[in-house]
Design a protein around this ligand. Sequence first.
Ligand code: FAD
Ligand code: SF4
Length: 522
Amino acid sequence: MSTSNHYDVIIIGSGAGGGTLAYQLAPSGKRILLLERGGYLPREKDNWDAKSVFVESKYRAKETWYDKDGNAFLPGIQYYVGGNTKVYGAALLRFRAQDFGEVRHHGGISPAWPLSYQDFEPYYTKAEQLYHVHGQRGVDPTEGPASAPYRHPPVSHAPRIQELFDDFKRLGHHPFPLPLGILLDEAEGKALHTSACVRCAAFDGFPCLVNGKADAQVICVDPALEHSNVELLTGAYVERLETNAPGRVVTKVIVTRDGAEEQYSADIVVVSCGAVNSAALLLRSANEKHPGGLANSSDVVGRHYMRHNCSAFMAVSKDPNPTVFQKTLALNDYYFRSDDWDYPLGEIQMLGKSDGEMLKGEASGWAVWKPEFALDYLAEHSIDFWLQSEDLPHPDNRVTINRDGQIVLSIHETNLEGHKRLTAKLKGMLGDIGLHDQLMHRSLYLGKDIPIGGTAHQAGTVRFGRDPKTSALDVNCKAHDLDNLYVVDASFFVSIAAVNPSLTIIANALRVGDHLLERLGL
Ligand SMILES: Cc1cc2nc3c(=O)[nH]c(=O)nc-3n(C[C@H](O)[C@H](O)[C@H](O)COP(=O)(O)OP(=O)(O)OC[C@H]3O[C@@H](n4cnc5c(N)ncnc54)[C@H](O)[C@@H]3O)c2cc1C
Ligand code: SF4
């Protein structure tokens, strides 16, 4: 192999995990190659067009996966430099301290992580600073201790959302400003001339046309590439990893690019393709020494897939809701329990504002529900919520590869009762918070093939742990079975808590980055 194809570190995948790791390692001067199957997400007006984004799914991967019965579905997944963060809603929350321990749910046990909140805390702080998180400490009673305040003030509420905030408080709840990764400078609810973000309506699920969202490309990959020792290859699909004869070292990374095979190698190989694709890559890389897939002597690779029990809902406000930027409020009063239930229910957040085009895409459902509400009335009066509860890591919820090398995702729903109760709690409050008494599912946000196509929060398929019999990765996210293979995307999760996953992925990538710098002697 030509020495020019040999690197100190190869990182496969440039999303929240891989992009952040590249950023962390870039100043080391080590030769780093970032392999990304996608290209740059095109910057064009359609980035902000609800019909293109949600109804036509313009930016979603044109890829078919299969469920356990062989039915085809379209995963809600994006392949670009920056990964799924190009379209994420940038709600960047820490796990609660208790989430790192064992938590008893109605549907079973959410297992303990091998590390504690305190181990992650310094990296959470770094991650928040790196990704420009705007938030406020001390308002959400469930948050863990933090070693520094947020660097940026919370994103201000629009008047209708401030009313909602006040209504929740009046009911004895503790709403708090949703921590958001956003490049926003604002005054009196308006973006300043210096601000990259213009506080538009396209925050959640859309790409940002003006690079105002703190995504992994803008925050990490672009700055990493300013270092001459970092290279990025786009359109570089990693087919498989090969090992040396004893099976302890990854010696080749086999890539398909422009229809041709290319080979690369590195002292350290880091897989960060997203939880489903990372598991698939390891399974595809089975060889004589690793017959069940690379790093899989424990047989956990692909198993324990989690993605949250979540729902997007729209309620109709009695007063018009002219809010443009809606995603500024969250509520954790039911995170651990409620007055009538001793198990966790989950988190309530605001979602990006429904748009007339999105409602048209979902119109048949609305017509059945409230034929008296015209679509334009709904668009003017809608208020949108995201409800998120913990699903549990079940070994049979798993990623496998079929005979044709395609991805198969097997799902059995877990722990649904808490989510049902969370939905009922919100429903029960609607009248008191100035809303009509019905909640309507917003299916387009989650993708047309929910529940199985709702892969946005995928995690857990290459879990870390101390015991090589029950985990694939050690606490540094190195494969137990190999000396130079790491995984730094959402695959390492042991449980998923009830908060959005990215801040924990980012914090972990920074943590593993520190370990790798030490390993590289820096
Ligand atoms: C609509 C939407 C809204 C979301 N909102 C939020 C939110 O508000 N807050 C939050 O915390 N999270 C949110 N998420 C989830 C968040 O985007 C993901 O949790 C996060 O991006 C996962 O990071 P990752 O590094 O695991 O994978 P990804 O970001 O998916 O990155 C994986 C990368 O690997 C590349 N890749 C895959 N396979 C290969 C291969 N074989 N060879 C080469 N490259 C490969 C992919 O193209 C991709 O770039 C949202 C997601 C979606 C879709
Ligand atoms: S709200 Fe800001 S970050 Fe979001 S799409 Fe609009 S300009 Fe971009």
